[in-house]
Design a protein around this ligand. Structure first.
Ligand code: DP6
Length: 330
C-alpha cells in the first residue's frame, strides 16, 4: 500500500442500543447491540505515513482537528502503531458528508473508516472481525459500521477481554424486510452532555440501568427472531421499546440526562398518529434530540411528509440499508 490508504464507511443506527461500558479503556460494552448501517452520509478517510514528521496531522473537512477530537484520533493511531511496531507519524484527512449541525453522530463512520485506512497504511493484516475490534477502540458503535446492512456487536466476556467484543453481520432478507429510516433532524437547542459522559453517569447512578440491561437481552433475542421473519412491525416495536427504555435509564440518572426535547416528542406523537392511520412506523433516538423513524421503504415518502410537518424548519432524510466499510483505490 506504500504507507497510504483511503477508506469509506457509513453511519449505523442501533435498533438494540449500546449504552454503558464495563471497561472504559478497551471500550467494552455491558450489553450486546444490533444496528442497521445506512446508505447515506459516508465518511472518507485517508491515512498517509510521513517518515520525518514528529506529530500526526489530523484534519476534518480541510480544517485541523483540535482538542479532544484530535486526542482521540492520535490515541487511536498510537494503538495501530503499537500493533504495527511503527513509530511513523501520519497525515489523516477526513471528509464527512453529514450536513453540519445535523447532530447525527459521525464517530461510528469516522472510526470505522479510520480503522480500515490506518490498518492498511501501517500494513496490519486484519480480517473484518479484527477490524471491527479495532474500530471499537475508537468508538464503540464504530465496530458495527465495518459491516453493511444489519450487524450485531457482541459484548463479549471479561475472560475474553478485547478479543471477545466485535461485530458481525446478521443475516436478514433485506429485500423482504424492505426497511427505511426516516431521519428527522430536530433543532438541537443547548448542547447536551457527551454520550461518553452520559453513559458513565447512567451506569453509575441510574436505578433503572440494570433492569434495562437485563431486558435488553430479551429485546435482542426477540429482535433476531423478528429479523429472521423479516417482520417489520415486530422489528419496529422492539427497537422503539429498547430505545425508550434506554432514555428512561438516563432520565433516572443523577443528575438526569435528557436528550429528548419538545420537538422530539412532537415527532414521537406524529409517529403514533401514523400508526393509528395504519402506517407501520416506529421511532428510535440516540444521544441527541433527533428521531429516526423505521418504516417500509414504500411508506418512507409519506412518513417523511408527516414528520416534516411535525418539525417545521427541521431537515428530513431518508436512508436505506447501506454497505460496509471498504478501501478505495488510490
Ligand atoms: C446512543 O459509540 O458514540 O448511539 O463508545 O463512548 O464512543 P463511545 O460511544 P458511542 O455511543 C453510541 C451510543 C448510542 C447507541 C448506539 O449507537 O448503540
Amino acid at each position: 500500500t506504500g504507507g497510504s490508504a483511503t477508506a469509506v464507511a457509513h453511519p449505523n443506527i442501533a435498533l438494540i442500543k449500546y449504552w454503558g461500558k464495563r471497561d472504559e479503556q478497551l471500550l467494552l460494552p455491558r450489553t450486546d447491540s444490533l444496528s442497521m448501517t445506512l446508505d447515506i452520509f459516508p465518511t472518507t478517510t485517508r491515512v498517509r505515513l510521513v517518515p520525518e514528521a514528529e506529530h500526526d496531522e489530523v484534519s476534518l473537512g480541510g480544517a485541523p482537528l483540535e482538542g479532544e477530537a484530535r486526542r482521540r484520533v492520535v490515541a487511536f493511531l498510537d494503538l495501530v502503531r503499537e500493533r504495527a511496531g511503527s513509530d511513523r507519524r501520519a497525515v489523516v484527512e477526513t471528509e464527512n458528508t453529514v450536513p453540519t449541525g445535523a447532530g447525527l453522530a459521525s464517530s461510528a463512520s469516522g472510526f470505522a473508516a479510520l480503522a480500515m485506512a490506518a490498518a492498511a497504511a501501517y500494513g496490519l493484516d486484519q480480517d473484518a472481525t479484527a477490524l471491527s475490534r479495532l474500530a471499537r477502540r475508537g468508538s464503540g458503535s464504530a465496530s458495527r459500521s465495518i459491516f453493511g446492512d444489519f450487524a450485531i456487536w457482541h459484548a463479549g466476556t471479561d475472560e475474553d477481554g478485547d478479543l471477545g467484543s466485535y461485530a458481525e453481520p446478521v443475516p436478514v432478507d433485506v429485500g423482504e424486510l424492505d426497511p427505511a429510516l426516516v431521519i428527522a433532524v430536530v433543532n438541537a437547542g443547548p448542547k447536551a452532555v457527551s454520550s461518553r459522559e452520559a453513559m458513565r453517569r447512567t451506569v453509575d447512578t441510574s436505578p433503572l440501568y440494570e433492569p434495562w440491561a437485563v431486558s435488553s437481552k430479551d429485546d435482542l433475542a426477540d429482535m433476531r427472531e423478528a429479523l429472521r421473519r423479516a417482520d417489520l412491525e415486530a422489528v419496529g416495536e422492539i427497537a422503539e421499546r429498547n430505545a425508550l427504555g434506554m432514555h428512561a435509564t438516563m432520565l433516572a440518572a443523577r443528575p438526569a440526562v435528557r436528550y429528548l426535547s419538545a420537538p422530539t416528542l412532537t415527532v414521537l406523537d406524529s409517529v403514533l398518529q401514523l400508526r393509528r392511520d395504519g402506517v407501520p412506523a416506529y421511532a428510535t433516538m440516540d444521544a441527541g434530540p433527533n428521531v429516526k423513524v423505521l418504516c417500509r421503504r414504500a411508506d418512507a415518502e409519506r412518513v417523511a411528509g408527516v414528520v416534516r410537518g411535525a418539525v417545521p424548519g427541521g431537515a428530513v432524510h431518508i436512508a436505506g440499508p447501506g454497505p460496509g466499510a471498504r478501501l478505495l483505490d488510490e
